[in-house]
Design a protein around this ligand. Structure first.
Ligand SMILES: [Zn+2]
Length: 257
């Protein structure tokens, strides 16, 4: 898929996201440091090799991490854009409750991405024992502080639920930790779980499934295909379109109709 985007002048790396989220991260010094992140991913690649007897663990982990990082950061950017509009750009006071809300929202989003990624891995049988192995494996290196056995079991219960129920649980949890999320366009919440599936399909080298999930997103928001830069195509994990926001579209595109 990367070859299809060899001429990727319009594709920005995740690090180019100019959002208030990045500023908050600097202020709050949240998240794992680079060394800890690299250690976790290395261990995850090794464990993946043991479980699947495949040799592409490092590639898979790098691809998944790049894709899920972009989804999490862009989703947070969508939500915080509303907050920024509400508070104004010149406000130098960042309430502690807002920073704490951002931290908890990030974990809530990460948990949801773990659940939705597991759902597709289970449906497509990408690895054996999706609920019992893949979910705890992903949660262990994606969630800050890891996930206890009880927490992983709770996420596995969610992954076994039907889609509307999983989404309701996510929006309910997000509203509790970050009430501002209620201002985000509803279509964002319908597109987001499909985006998690696309990232997972791309990481597991299943482009046909990724394109099918994109078609499902286009059925929800046809304007996705109108972008003259990415044409609504599935991007490689870690990339995004700077014009429309693909794989998590900007507020203007989400509210196009
Ligand atoms: Zn685009």
């Amino acid at each position: 898929m990367a070859a299809a985007h060899a001429d990727n002048r319009y594709i920005c790396p995740a690090s180019a996201i100019p959002s208030i989220v990045a500023c908050y991260r600097l202020i709050y010094n949240e998240g794992m440091n680079a060394e800890e992140r690299a250690r976790r991913r290395s261990e995850a690649a090794y464990a993946y090799g043991l479980h699947t007897q495949r040799a592409d663990g490092a590639r898979l982990v790098t691809s998944l991490a790049g894709g899920l990082d972009v989804l999490r950061d862009l989703f947070l950017a969508r939500v915080f854009s509303d907050v920024e509009q509400k508070w104004g750009r010149d406000s130098m006071l960042v309430p502690t409750s807002m920073l704490e809300g951002e931290r908890r929202a990030r974990r809530t989003i990460e948990q949801y991405l773990v659940v939705e990624s597991t759902v597709l891995v289970r449906e497509r049988s990408y690895v054996p024992a999706a609920l019992d192995w893949y979910l705890p494996w992903l949660a262990a290196w994606r969630l800050e502080g890891g996930a206890s056995e009880a927490q992983a079991a709770g996420l596995a219960e969610r992954a076994a639920q039907a889609e509307p129920e999983r989404r309701r649980t996510f929006t309910s949890q997000l509203d509790q930790v970050l009430p501002e999320a209620q201002h985000a366009p509803l279509v964002l919440f319908r597109l987001f779980p499909l985006a998690a599936g696309i990232v997972t399909a791309v990481a597991f080298c299943d482009p046909a499934e990724a394109r099918d999930l994109r078609r499902q997103q286009m059925a929800i928001l046809p304007e996705i295909g109108d972008c003259h830069e990415c044409n609504g195509n599935v991007l490689d994990n870690g990339e995004r379109c700077r014009r429309c926001g693909n794989p998590v579209w900007s507020y203007e595109w989400l509210t196009a109709n």
